[in-house]
Design a protein around this ligand. Structure first.
Ligand code: CMP
Length: 140
């Protein structure tokens, strides 16, 4: 399997509960390398742009409000099959459906406040990484 990069976000419910280190340990234990990372407070415009694909969904407003309600940690994870691997480590979007031992099963509060985001495909990953990081900020 090829080495890939994927965008991960530790959401405001995760930073608020001081879970950054615990979540990062899950990634590293799964063989993913954190090759870029920064803590930012997104503007509403930034959140709207990031989630533009969901603009028509009924939860879009709530999602953008939440994502700019506190600090987030945006990061680039690298590894063999990193996109699928990260999704496996995160668990299903809805924590009620997430497999035991996944980040969302263990930490997420609800489908909205679900602690982490991860890219879902190679093209999305490339776009999402470029949304937050310059090439020079990614050090593999
Ligand atoms: P994420 O992986 O960041 O991608 C889009 C987000 O929308 C998703 O995680 C959820 O947090 C959020 N989301 C999806 N469905 C709902 C919903 N029904 N209500 C509120 N938020 C949702």
């Amino acid at each position: 399997m090829a080495t890939e990069r994927t965008l991960s976000i530790i959401k405001p419910d995760g930073t608020q509960r001081n879970l950054t280190g615990k979540i990062n340990a899950r990634f590293e234990d799964a063989g993913l390398r954190i090759v870029a990372q920064k803590r930012i407070w997104m503007s509403r415009k930034q959140a709207e742009g990031f989630y533009a694909v969901h603009a028509a969904r009924p939860f879009f407003g709530e999602l953008c409000d939440f994502m700019c309600s506190g600090p987030v940690v945006v990061q680039v994870l690298e590894g063999e099959g990193a996109i699928a691997k990260n999704r496996e480590v995160m668990g299903a979007t809805d924590p009620k459906k997430a497999a035991p031992g996944t980040i969302r099963a263990d930490f997420a509060l609800s489908i909205g406040e679900n602690t982490v985001h991860g890219s879902d495909a190679p093209e999305t990953a490339a776009n999402e990484i470029a949304y937050f990081f310059a090439q020079t900020e990614i050090v593999g």
